[in-house]
Design a protein around this ligand. Sequence first.
Ligand SMILES: NC(=O)c1ccc[n+]([C@@H]2O[C@H](COP(=O)([O-])OP(=O)(O)OC[C@H]3O[C@@H](n4cnc5c(N)ncnc54)[C@H](O)[C@@H]3O)[C@@H](O)[C@H]2O)c1
Length: 361
Amino acid sequence: MEKIRIGIIGVGNCFAGLIQGIEYYRQNPKEQVVGLMHKSLAGYSWDDLEFTCAFDVGKSKVGKPLHDAVYAEPNMVNWVKSLPVSSVIVREAPVSDGVGIWVQNKVDPVVQTKTEAQLKKEIIDEIKSTKTEILVNYLPVGSQKATEFWANVALETGCAFVNCIPVFIASDPVWEKKFASAKLPIIGDDIKAQVGATIVHRTLAKLCDDRGAIISKTYQINVGGNTDFLNMKEQERLASKRISKTESVQSQLTIRLPPDNIYIGPSDFIPFLGNTKLMFMRIEGRMWAGIPFNMEVRLEVDDKANSGGVVVDAVRVAKLALDRKIGGAIIPTSAYFMKHPPLQMSDHDAREKTEEFITGK
Ligand SMILES: NC(=O)c1ccc[n+]([C@@H]2O[C@H](COP(=O)([O-])OP(=O)(O)OC[C@H]3O[C@@H](n4cnc5c(N)ncnc54)[C@H](O)[C@@H]3O)[C@@H](O)[C@H]2O)c1
């Protein structure tokens, strides 16, 4: 199979986890590759991902070769000592609304001397000259305008778009229509980790619902120590993140909970946790004869290991859609891989329909 040519928007911890995970398996060929739907997805291997261009705003990353930029501060992923030399140089992106007040000092954005229009021209030239075919959006939470900029770049360069962040593009009918009209696939929005807070919470909520119990209240609190969590201290940047995470659980219930009885949020930044993410979840409800029950779950994961494999699957499905000239939101795949898809499904149905899509049914 030909390689899948991917452009990266935001060379942060998530991308560091994606590329270092691939390198880890290349260096350890006898290890079982875990965290994927399939080792070979309709012929595309996890090893077929090729990163052909990358964009960021951090002084520590812009202008550097990709294999160095991945290790630049404030990134924290260090799973393989080094990456093979890459000819890709991280190019400057417009800062727009990408850098929040809490991470300003850590990201330390380049002083921008070019207009957005000038940068856009350079970006489009870079994407075209590198024959990039899929853009993966890893911008910080709250980057509404910046994400819209990149969605337009995808449309103008004929790229598929995998939107890993909670800015609604695939799930916004106006944007979705633009991708459908351009016959370009889009998978989004907001990546759903492999065994993360969202999938655990929604699975347990659905279990209670399917078993006939009534959930009366639930919460999910998440803490971590990377720039993603630091950025999320800025409440104004969180509106769509809260909707994305809350809807993902609400959608699994037969009767929606009143807003005051469900709280789901990234809740604090604890510096020494680094990329470790802790989730605390509680479900309260009633059983037969109105007798109450409750459950509590504590989940501890490496936040970046948790999303890498899912993105490997998502880009491979985007590539299949490109090969088959299918445009617009890939509905079941978005429902399976993302927290806020255009259409919520049960994870079981979404997986089955994604399998059907992969086999071309
Ligand atoms: N399990 C997960 O890791 C997970 C799950 C769901 C969603 N996400 C989302 O994925 C995104 C990326 O997460 P991360 O941990 O890599 O964050 P990060 O803070 O490590 O990386 C963000 C990168 O974007 C760069 N950036 C900031 N503004 C920019 C701009 N305008 N243009 C280009 N680059 C810009 C930063 O310099 C940084 O390199 C976040 O929005 C996060 O919420 C992650």
